[in-house]
Design a protein around this ligand. Structure first.
Ligand code: FE2
Length: 372
């Protein structure tokens, strides 16, 4: 974030906030088996199951679990029968993120402004209410079948029976750092323009395709943000390479654009990762040569080097500081969605220095799947 123009634009924008957004409300996953997905998020990552909505609570067609860790909230939903839209979504996409939901002070106003600015309606504003709270919810279409709900909440999310979770043990995940979209070739700028026009976001950083490419594959990525850092939404599109890029692989197996990865912040990445690995999470291995290069690039960095290498954590620095990050392997059978865990020690970037090493690691996995 050293470009003074970017900072000025952000300050200017924050001052004339005519589309107020509070933060991420939750991410809703549409899956084949909500019960098991919830168990995975609990056992491997320490999310607490805090709510349930399903046939037992009067919702006949779906079952949903609400999970919480720090400020991160997931809802996972499965369908009771083949005709439900969740079943159709899962058939086409596999398990995936349906809704990147945003907390707003006024869900009706946000909806009306978004529609006026050219967004496509997904859900008209409506009210949900129970003993726990009251929510006005609306939604607009984003990339592919993904939607952005606007959630205006008083109290806690209505519609869920409350659960006490005495099993979940937190891994230290605190908040969503960024949510990444993969879109089709030639569509990145369309969505950049969409987030500018509809949400008033601006471009944070731009990587051109030779900045992130390996011998075989390449991608282009632009990061849209709200000017404060609460929302950072990178958008990737495939770029021409010698072989099929990881973005092409995603688009093929997801059946179109969608959420590629969700990065969650922790204050202590090494502890978070050690916990998650001990509980069975699979992370992406890095090439052997990676650490020689890292310690040469960042000789003065204050980390436990042997632990970093043992846990296969990635490191990068930018003008503002450095960061530690690690990527999970795919969370489902299809090579589509994965998690990132990130600890920022000042750095505001996304691990650009790791992209090459990361791509090589991803390509190794792609090759194993026969998709390179
Ligand atoms: Fe990321």
């Amino acid at each position: 974030m050293t470009d003074p123009d970017v900072l000025d634009r952000a300050k200017e924008m924050a001052g004339k906030d005519d589309f107020p957004l509070i933060g991420f409300s939750h991410l809703e996953w549409w899956v084949g088996n909500a019960y098991q997905t919830a168990q995975f998020l609990r056992s491997h990552l320490g999310f607490a199951i805090v709510g349930y909505r399903g046939p037992e609570t009067g919702t006949r067609e779906t079952a949903s679990y609400m999970l919480q860790q720090g400020d991160i909230r997931f809802i996972v939903t499965g369908a009771m029968g083949p005709e439900h839209p969740v079943s159709d979504h899962v058939r086409r996409h596999g398990p995936g993120v349906k809704d990147v939901a945003i907390a707003v002070p006024d869900a009706t106003g946000a909806f009306e402004v978004a529609i006026e600015r050219g967004a496509e309606a997904a859900v008209e504003p409506h009210v949900l209410e129970d003993d726990h709270g009251r929510a006005v919810i609306s939604a607009v279409q984003a990339y592919g079948d993904t939607i952005h709900s606007f959630v205006q909440l008083e109290g806690d999310m209505p519609g869920f029976e409350r659960k006490e979770d005495s099993i979940a043990v937190s891994t230290g995940l605190e908040f969503i750092d960024h949510v990444v979209a993969n879109v089709e070739l030639g569509k990145m700028n369309h969505w950049v323009e969409w987030y500018e026009r509809v949400f008033g976001f601006t471009l944070l950083k731009h990587f051109d395709d030779d900045a992130i490419s390996t011998k075989y594959t390449a991608l282009m990525s632009k990061v849209m943000w709200d000017g404060t850092g609460i929302f950072k939404l990178p958008i990737n599109e495939p770029a021409e390479g010698l072989k099929k890029s990881q973005i092409d692989e995603y688009l093929q197996f997801y059946g179109g654009p969608g959420v590629q990865h969700i990065a969650m912040h922790t204050q202590d990445l090494l502890t978070t990762v050690a916990h998650a690995l001990a509980r069975g999470l699979r992370t992406l291995a890095v090439p052997d040569s990676y650490y020689n290069d890292v310690w040469r690039r960042m000789p003065d960095i204050d980390v436990d080097r042997s632990r970093v290498e043992e846990l296969q954590v990635l490191l990068d620095r930018d003008e503002d500081g450095y960061l530690l990050q690690i990527f999970s392997q795919m969370l489902q059978d299809r090579p589509t969605v994965f998690f990132e865990f990130i600890e920022r020690r000042g750095a505001t970037g996304f691990g650009k220095g790791n992209f090459k090493a990361l791509f090589e690691a991803i390509e190794l996995e792609q090759e194993k799947r026969g998709n390179l």
